[in-house]
Write a protein that binds this ligand. Sequence first.
Ligand code: GLN
Length: 509
Amino acid sequence: MAGEPTDLTKMTAAELAAVMAAGATSAVEVTKAHLSRIAEVDGRVRAFLHVAPDVALNAAAAVDARRARGEPLGPLAGVPLALKDVLTTTDMPTTCGSKILEGWVPPYDATVTQRLRQAGLILLGKTNMDEFAMGSSTENSAYGASHNPWDLSRVPGGSSGGSAAAVAAYEAPLAIGTDTGGSIRQPASVCGIVGTKPTYGGSSRYGLVAFASSLDTPGPLARTVLDAALLHEAMSGHDPADSTSVNAPVPPVVAAARQPDVNGLRVGVVAEFSGAGYQAGVLARFGEAVELLESLGAKVVEVSCPHFTYALPVYYLVAPSECSSNLARFDAMRYGMRVGDDGTASADEVMSLTRARGFGPEVKRRIMLGTYALSSGYYDAYYGKAQQVRTLICQDFDAAFEQVDVLVSPTTPTTAFPLGERADDPIAMYLADLCTIPADLAGNAAISVPCGLAPEDGLPVGLQIMAPVLADDRVYRVGAAVQAALEQRWHGPLLARATGLAWPDGGAR
Ligand code: GLN
């Protein structure tokens, strides 16, 4: 069937690494297979803003040469990866989905970029995203939206929607996203893949173009829990260049993903994340996942986190406040676009013309909200109050984790919505992150794993698993257990059903 991925693009990262280590294929062959898959389907999926075949093939040839010389290689050497266009790269543009940075090629690699290259991962290109990571659908990208591979008329989530779509469409086995309010987990959920938000500070922000610095966290997207863990380990660790980087060993996430055991584990179902606004099929699949955990020996209880209901308003004060400060650096002097510099205009005029033309409507909305919330006279009532409630949310987590080892909820209240449906309704868009935001505000580790298809629309549903700060291994242990049990029930991976489907020439779902 046209639209079906080839054998190499169907493999997981762990499988690809194994066949390359065994000498059955090369990094160059694996890279070529993924580049052809991109050429074949990305006109419809539009996951990438920039594809870099030369960079990728050179890197792949270098890995093959090192292997031929018998040099020691990391566990993911030669595996292709798609990088969200918010992490800096010296050999590819970095636009953050914004016109203000169109064509900008940064002078240095982000720490995450550097670590991936050192680990021998092959960067295929940069993926589409909501402008400066503000959004839940990629519709805020200045370069047009990406499409959900399950149904091309629907959103792939956001803001890391391009990364999630690339992995779900078998254009790359792995991708990097960033999570500020849910931007890894929500797109993973609606694209039927795995996505992790590591503990805040567990992965470096150096070279990650800042949206909200107290929240921004890079993390992995993959088709299996083990693959996500392998990538998590490769990208993480202390970075002296990031002052909020955690100086502690990376939690043993790969070992945990290989040990899918939940017997005796205490699982708390967040009482607040249910009811009105949640799609019936999402709640049904979530309920089954909870029953599954119970059948595997977990002890399930309901836990109330009363302040989680304030997480969304708190986030929409904290994140825009930080963004209004961070985005001040786009002043038409230092980076990218410059409008109206005719030799007579003042610096202020050039700056204001450039920012008016260069930023999209959602970015402008956030800068205005944040500037207002931080302005004198309003600071205490808005920003200050939000920080106080943020502390109450952290205390809810602390109290919950005295009773249970992990908390679970649906990742997002609905399945992938149609492109355009929420584009003119910011509040409806913001609601997509209802369940993911608390873990960002408190800095906890959290994962989204597929837990089935909603009966109403046949689209994927995600289970969110949250653990305490620096207990990232726990979310992988539970995620791997759920994945293993469900794949047995479904006779194979959920995503296999998305293959080749919804393509104009594809078969039925
Ligand atoms: N959708 C949320 C927002 O628009 C979260 C974005 C993110 O995590 N980067 O702010």
